[in-house]
Design a protein around this ligand. Structure first.
Ligand code: GDP
Length: 296
């Protein structure tokens, strides 16, 4: 994944700073500029990069430091913690509990990998002992239900949907009620990702949320959308109360930085990343280990 290149560039900027005979303002500025350039090239939004730079400057406060401080270490730690902060809104997401039924609604644009991700999410929890079920509330796209049915059948997960009902709210409510009766403790609703107008899509999401009262709304975002990620994430957050994000297609040539940093727009954590088309190509996302791994 291209993110490794980003990590390599940041590490090398830090290495150059570490190798310098003395760490003065010039060396520090060069290090910060190299890091900022790497982030911008990786589609991280300009404002976010600017904030990161000024936060690091403030923490390091080179002028105000007495001699004898380990400036190299202070800079390294500040870069690490600010990268973590960029990816961590500081608010943990709702996590399903086995002893009470949870309803989780997936939203995102068509093609983002929503249906695939719903199944991966269900499979992940099924492996941990949950009893998941999938509801297809996408009555807009012909073939949506068949796709979900196919995925669910392969993964051996109960599913609900309709070929004839055109109101997504009816299907969602019936699906959730059916699975609650059947004592399923993780009911996952897949929603439509495309409408003639975006406004109609957001209205439908709101109606679905109102009718099914999900414990968590997960926004699925394709990592290849780059700089557009921030605006897209913001639009979803403003329309429906996004509580967590899953970034898909992190295995491809996508730079990933745009999508990952768009969590700042949703103020919600990334909980998983999709790393392939296969059901098992799905990873837990934890900020600190991720940034450690990124920096090598
Ligand atoms: P939806 O329209 O949002 O429901 O998207 P789909 O679930 O139908 O996925 C669109 C395409 O992206 C399909 O071909 C999926 O196999 C593919 N896809 C989904 N997640 C990933 C991923 O993490 N990596 C890769 N390489 N492909 C993915």
């Amino acid at each position: 994944m291209v993110l490794q290149e980003l990590g390599g560039k940041i590490s090398s900027a830090l290495q150059q700073m570490t190798n310098a005979t003395t760490v003065n303002q010039k060396v520090f500025d060069k290090c910060l500029n190299d890091i900022a350039r790497a982030l911008l090239q990786n589609d991280v939004q300009v404002e976010i990069v600017g904030d990161l730079q000024s936060n690091i400057k403030r923490i390091v406060n080179l002028d105000g430091r007495a001699e004898g401080h380990n400036k190299r270490k202070i800079i390294q730690q500040a870069v690490f913690s600010e990268l973590c902060k960029m990816l961590d809104p500081g608010k943990p997401s709702f996590t399903p509990k086995k002893n009470e039924p949870s309803v989780v609604m997936f939203v995102g644009l068509q093609g983002s990998g929503k249906t695939t991700t719903c199944t991966k999410y269900a499979h992940y929890y099924q492996n941990k002992g949950w009893k998941p079920a999938l509801v297809c509330a996408d009555t807009f796209r012909a073939g949506a239900f068949d796709q979900l049915k196919q995925n669910a059948t392969k993964a051996n997960i109960p599913f609900y949907g309709s070929h004839t009902e055109s109101d997504p709210v009816n299907v969602a409510v019936e699906g959730v009620e059916t699975f609650k009766r059947e004592n399923r403790n993780l009911i996952i609703i897949d929603t439509s990702g495309r409408h003639v107008q975006e406004k109609a899509l957001f209205e439908e999401m709101l109606q679905l949320r109102e009718a099914t009262k999900p414990d968590l709304v997960i926004f699925v975002m394709d990592s290849s959308i780059g700089q557009a990620a921030f605006k897209q994430a913001q639009a979803f957050k403003q329309s429906v109360d996004v509580g967590a994000v899953i970034v898909t297609k992190m295995d491809g040539h996508a730079k990933g930085g745009g999508a990952l940093s768009a969590v700042a727009a949703t103020k919600s954590p990334v909980i998983f990343i999709g790393t392939g088309e296969h059901i098992n190509e799905f990873e837990d996302f934890n900020v600190k280990p991720f940034v450690s791994r990124l920096l090598g």
